[in-house]
Design a protein around this ligand. Structure first.
Ligand code: PMP
Length: 352
């Protein structure tokens, strides 16, 4: 027997990886389905070509933070970029809160909160959702107090439900608890309930944003934590040196300097979401099995089916990947119109 000692959490962990699953059509990761314009692609190529890749990147990421600050009206001094917001979640859960800390959130939120808690041996408390898959600020406030949480973390708008807490509710939550509150606004470009402008105002608030969703830059990996100066200093103190590559910084900076790209993407995604929701509701009305389509303010829709396995299997046979959570819940990301229609035709064939 090997005497090697490894993290005991490994007994419960499996790799996060889609390698080798080979689905040509992926509606499972909530990426943007709107391609970058030829003009932006040209600028990106030039920006990367001019890099001195023999040197480390700008560790202060000055141009990038300034571009983010301009695009989202925040003080660049309060911004810490990460290798995707995933890396920032890892920093917060693994390095910012105490080792014995308790992480409180909602059952079936973004999985990275819970996998990081597991890896770092943090205690967790996941509150149940209401029957309609929503949750309330009151539940989080009450939970934070009852379980003496060190961190309250949730996505708003919420993955996978597509629901959201209002800005007023989030503010009430931040003001009602003593602990750190992380509002993961990965999908906030699709909504108007952001608390990003308050990130410098509350000493217990970190807002996370990402360029992976509405901004269409999932491949480059770029996320941002925005918080007050003390928390910003703390995050900078625990992050790895040079955590954001020179290429990612250059690419993200170019994109952030093109506000029209965000506007165009949002308009197209909103059109495709109307189509997706209308067709799903039509299918639900005719479905032979019980089907609930949950309202969504994001770029995906959560659906409850009596038998999600049958749907996932039919999709699998045609090389289509949806995100299945259990035997009843699947999440469908918005996609270009032709792909959406193909996937929805197949869904209709399978269950109507
Ligand atoms: N937060 C939420 C709620 C997400 O759904 C995702 C990606 N699915 C992320 C964070 C991770 O984003 P990034 O690509 O910036 O790591």
């Amino acid at each position: 027997m090997s005497k090697m000692r490894l993290n005991p959490a490994l007994e419960r962990l499996t790799p996060f990886s889609y390698c080798g699953t080979g689905y040509p059509v992926r509606l499972d990761a909530n990426e943007s389905c709107v391609p970058l314009s030829t003009e932006i692609r040209g600028e990106l190529a030039a920006a990367v070509e001019n890099l001195n890749l023999n040197c480390y990147p700008d560790d202060c990421a000055v141009a990038l933070r300034e571009a983010f600050g301009r695009a989202f009206s925040v003080d660049p001094e309060c911004v810490v970029p990460g290798n995707g917001s995933d890396e920032l979640i890892n920093m917060i859960v693994g390095r910012l809160i105490p080792h014995q800390g308790l992480v409180l959130g909602i059952e079936r939120d973004f999985g990275s909160y819970w996998s990081n808690a597991e890896i770092f041996g943090r205690r967790t408390m996941r509150l149940p959702r209401e029957a309609d898959m929503t949750f309330s600020a009151d539940a989080l406030i009450e939970g934070a107090k009852r379980y003496d949480a060190d961190l309250v973390i949730f996505s708003n708008p919420n993955n996978p439900s597509g629901s959201q807490l209002s800005r007023a509710e989030v503010i009430r939550l931040i003001e009602s608890v003593d602990c750190l509150v992380v509002v993961d606004e990965a999908y906030m470009d699709f909504s108007d309930q952001s608390v990003l402008d308050l990130a410098g105002k509350y000493e217990n608030l970190i807002v996370l944003r990402t360029l992976s969703k509405a901004m269409g830059l999932a491949g480059a990996r770029m996320g941002f934590a925005v918080s007050d100066p003390a928390l910003t200093f703390a995050l900078r103190s625990v992050r790895d040196a040079y955590n954001v590559s020179a290429a990612d910084q250059a690419i993200a900076t170019v994109l952030l300097n093109h506000p029209e790209h965000r506007a165009r993407t949002l308009a197209e995604i909103s059109r495709l979401m109307r189509l997706l929701k209308a067709r799903l509701n039509g299918i639900a009305a005719r479905s032979k099995q019980a089907m609930t389509v949950y309202p969504s303010v994001t770029n995906f829709v959560l659906v409850r089916l009596e038998d999600a396995d049958a749907v996932a299997a039919a999709m699998h046979d045609r090389g289509i990947s949806l995100r299945q959570f259990d035997r009843q819940l699947i999440r469908i990301s918005v996609a270009p119109e032709e792909t959406l229609n193909r996937v929805l035709d197949l869904l209709e064939e399978t269950i109507c």
